[in-house]
Design a protein around this ligand. Structure first.
Ligand code: ADP
Length: 885
């Protein structure tokens, strides 16, 4: 045995003692030497020491305590004590307390010591080996237990006496016992009572058999175990036996099959459900053995095809025969195509039943191929989808109806589902200015004015939940071109394409709103106009005697709305005392006759000022013609009345002045007449005497006297002409009588009178046919005479006068024109020439008195007409006058 691998600790107080066997000792063993106990303890902690050689005085040193401590800390390390007799004595008492292998009395034989050491180490090795073995065993045992415990199945081991010797955790859990409760207990505690008797026999037969393992019962059967709570649980058991020196042990591997049973139950149930579901969903299953052309149908396929005889030999052709003739080619093609492409397919087609009815089916098919790619068999499903198809057709029909209906509406309608627009009618496109494609799938709230979005969302959700909310409300929407429109919106929950949706309708009320706005504006304008026109209105509810006044009426009365409460009595109180009775009577009459009344009244303002009102009142009656209300208006005409008054005063004043003026005129005419008449007499005398003087003394009183006499004669002549003219002027029209006058006749007379002058001047007179008028003939002749006379007189030198006379009628007025080619008149004298005695030329140039045109004016005024001139100097003049018919 190689001892070098063992470590020895040699504690020696006196190293000299060792010398005798030192050589062999060190050669053979691996030795650490020390003198001190302290160091020795240090070495022990750091190194793996197998044996201590202790050569110290026990009596004098603390060697004993040291050994005791070593024993406590390192119970496996043995010690060989080299001692003397005293040491032995001390040892007798403490032999058990120290870990002594043996003691050797000194002086000792070193060879013996080495043998002893060798023995000690061997014993030590043996013990270690044994310990290892034991550990291994323990480990295996543990491992075994662990294996048992980790096993899914329960394991129960019994001995020959049917006592339980081992159980794993699963078993404890299954039977509801602790390990302690089970181990040592009888196996019968885990077996239901009615099976307990038979059980030992069963174990015995297994024990006698050659078999090492045995499954109890057959594949499908199971036994029952008994739990601590007395519950019977279905189990599967397989046995194994171990034959040992301690006797036979039987291990039972127990599996709880309750779950499996439940699972089986569930499978059965789900299979049943599947069958049922297939029945309900009308799905059948089929298989086609392609090589042998054998078709197999599940029950449901028979039911779908409504074929009762199941024994019938089915083939693919038979199936195709039952497919609707119009679809059979397509179905067959789908199948043959799928065989070519090796891809599964599904197809919808019709089948024709034996009684001619038609069903719609959905068919799926998948085909299996062998390793050479040859199709072996196909399988698939057939689902009766007649109801869905019919429902779909019905849905489409109802949808079409819905669309036709909504498209015919003159209201924008859309359908919202999941907050997206899923349907719109044409009106919607017009309202929102988007095309249908743009609107579809758009967020419903996109076109709603932001102020209304939360309201819309809230109501949308409420409507979906069928909660009550306002059915109609006014909102604003925004169109594609960013126009804001007013709409009345209403919503209703509908089923659209089989899903809950909201049908929303929009009524464009922009125009209505505009009208409302305009009405408001008009009302404002009206009130403004009323206030400008001082027009107030009132309403009197007779039954309640409540009176409402417009703002302007308050203004007219000089009252304030907040301090005066309008009432009938309050109104009467404010009517002028002189008008009060009359006003009351008018109102009574209006109520009696139910007619509109119009009257004038005076009212007194709080500041005592008077207002004149022009008032209207209209009575409203009930169905029995009883007056219930009176409406009225009052126009403040105070200003108008005041102006009228002023005007009246002015008119009176004017009339007075006119009267005075007429008197003065008369007086003047009288004066002119008297003067001119009375002046004629002395003038005639002067003229007579001057003529006498001239006749008798010409050439006798000298040249001067002749000149003076001829001056006197000239002046008296002129004086006579003037006085004559003035006399004529003053008496003009005095004795006038109007009669029918033919102007052509007048002209003829005048031309006869002027014949001489015309010839002298080589003049020519042209005239159109002139009218016959109701006029004063003498004055009219004088007028013609003056105008033609002037035209001849004021002709240009060397230019023979041409006079043109014309007339034209305008309404009931005749306008005459006397045109000449004479010297003309400067514009600034147009007015002056008509004033009496006003002349533009001296007597030397043109003879005259300046009365002619004044005469003309007076004559025309007598005929209520006008006279005026238009002229171009050195070209000619046009004299116009008008005479009313
Ligand atoms: P008289 O001819 O006696 O001066 P009238 O009253 O007839 O007085 O005319 C006033 C003035 O009007 C005349 O002096 C003359 O200057 C002017 N007058 C009148 N008739 C004409 C005419 N046809 N052409 C130019 N001037 C005229």
């Amino acid at each position: 045995m190689p001892y070098k691998e063992y470590n020895l600790l040699y504690i020696n107080e006196d190293k000299t003692n060792l010398n005798s066997f030192e050589k062999d000792f060190y050669r053979k063993f691996n030795i650490t030497t020390t003198k001190s106990f302290k160091d020795a303890l240090g070495i022990l902690t750091k190194n793996d020491i197998h044996l201590i050689i202790f050569d110290c005085q026990l009596a004098k040193t603390s060697g004993l305590e040291f050994l005791e401590e070593v024993k406590k800390k390192y119970p496996d390390i043995k010690c060989i004590l080299l001692t003397d007799y005293d040491g032995i004595k001390i040892l007798e008492d403490s032999f058990d307390s120290i870990n002594l292998w043996r003691y050797i009395l000194k002086p000792y034989d070193s060879a013996q010591l080495i043998v002893d050491i060798e023995n000690a180490l061997e014993t030590y090795q043996l013990k270690i080996d044994k310990d290892k073995l034991l550990n291994k065993l323990e480990f295996r045992k543990g491992k075994y237990q662990k294996m048992m415990d980790t096993a899914m199945d329960s394991i129960v081991t019994i001995n020959d006496k049917h006592e339980i010797t081992e159980v794993n955790i699963a078993a404890c859990e299954l039977f509801g016992y602790s390990q302690k409760e089970l181990i040592g207990g009888p196996l019968s505690m885990l077996i239901p009572e009615n099976k307990r008797k038979a059980h030992p026999k069963l174990v015995k037969s297994f024990s006698n058999s050659e078999q090492k393992t045995k499954r109890m019962g057959n594949e499908d059967s199971y036994r029952y175990g008994l739990t601590s709570s007395g519950e019977k649980i279905p189990i599967e058991v397989s046995l194994s036996k171990q034959i040992t020196e301690e006797g036979n042990f039987y291990s039972a591997f127990i599996r709880d099959v309750s779950n499996r049973l439940k699972r089986e139950e569930r499978i059965k149930e789900s299979e049943y459900k599947l069958r049922k579901a297939q029945q309900i969903a009308k799905i059948g299953h089929w298989d086609l053995d392609i090589q042998n052309n054998i078709l197999t149908w599940s029950e449901e396929v028979y039911r779908i095809f409504e074929i009762e005889t199941k024994e019938r030999e089915l083939t693919n052709e038979f199936f195709l025969k039952n497919v609707h003739p119009d679809d059979s080619e397509m179905v067959n093609l789908a199948y043959t195509d799928s065989l070519k492409t090796t891809k599964p397919y599904s197809v919808n087609h019709r089948i024709q039943l034996q009684d001619g009815r038609i069903k719609h089916v959905h068919e799926t098919c998948i085909t299996k191929y062998n390793e050479y790619g040859k199709p072996i068999y196909s399988s698939g499903t057939v689902q009766d989808i007649t109801t869905q198809i019919e429902a779909g057709t019905a849905l489409k029909k109802s949808e079409k109806k819905f669309r036709t209906f909504t498209e015919s509406l003159k209201v924008a309608v859309l359908v919202v589902r999941d907050e997206k627009i899923c349907y719109v009618n044409i009106e919607c496109e017009i309202l929102f200015e988007y095309t249908k494609d743009e609107l579809l799938d758009m967020d419903f709230t996109k076109n709603i004015h932001t102020d209304y979005i939360s309201l819309i969302n809230n109501n949308y959700n409420k409507r979906l939940k069928d909660e009550i909310f306002d059915n109609q409300y006014d909102i604003k929407i925004i169109t594609k071109s960013s126009k804001i429109k007013d709409v009345t919106i209403s919503a209703v929950k509908i089923d659209y394409q089989g899903r809950p949706s909201i049908l929303v309708s929009f009524l464009d009320i922009t125009a209505k709103k505009d009208v409302e706005e305009r009405l408001k504006e008009n009302a404002l304008l009206l009130s403004k106009a009323q206030s400008m026109a001082h027009l107030g209105n009132w309403q009197w509810d007779i039954a309640t005697n409540t009176v409402t006044w417009s703002n302007e009426l308050y203004n007219i009365y000089g009252l304030r709305k907040d301090t005066f409460n309008a009432s009938f009595e309050g109104y009467i109180e404010r009517v002028h005392p002189e008008d009060k009775d009359c006003v009351k009577a008018i109102i009574q009459r209006a109520l009696r006759n139910k007619k509109v009344v119009h009257f004038e009244e005076r009212i007194v303002r709080p500041d005592k000022t008077l207002r004149y009102l022009s008032s209207w009142g209209s009575v409203i009656t009930d169905k029995d013609h009883n007056p219930i209300k009176m409406l009225g208006a009052c126009l403040d005409i105070t200003e108008q009345r005041n102006k009228e008054k002023e005007l009246l005063e002015i008119t009176n004043e004017l009339e007075k002045s006119l009267r005075i003026l007429a008197d003065k005129n008369n007086e003047l005419e009288q004066f002119a007449y008297i003067t001119s008449h009375d002046l004629q007499e002395p003038l005639r005398s002067i003229t007579s005497f001057a003529e006498l003087l001239d006749l008798q003394y010409r050439g006798k009183l000298g040249d001067d006297a002749d000149t003076f006499i001829s001056f006197i004669l000239k002046s008296t002549k002129r004086m006579r002409d003037l006085i004559h003219g003035l006399l004529e002027y003053s008496i003009l029209g005095k004795e006038r009588t109007a009669e029918k006058v033919d102007c052509n006749e007048i002209l003829k007379l005048v031309l006869e009178d002027l014949q001489e002058v015309i010839s002298a001047k080589e003049g020519s007179i042209e005239s159109e046919s002139l009218p016959t008028l109701n006029a004063y003939p003498i004055e009219l002749k004088q007028l013609f005479e003056n105008l033609i006379g002037n035209a001849l007189k004021y002709s240009r030198e060397g230019v023979p006068p041409i006079i043109n006379i014309s007339s034209r009628k305008q309404d009931d007025i005749w306008e005459f024109k006397f045109k000449d080619n004479g010297i003309g008149i400067n514009e600034k004298f147009y007015k002056k020439i008509f004033v009496i005695f006003k002349r533009l030329h001296s007597n030397e140039d043109y003879d005259g008195t300046g009365i002619g045109l004044a005469h003309c004016r007076k004559i025309i005024e007598l005929h209520n007409g006008h006279i005026w001139v238009e002229s171009i100097p050195n070209k000619g003049s046009e004299f116009y006058f008008t005479i009313r018919m």
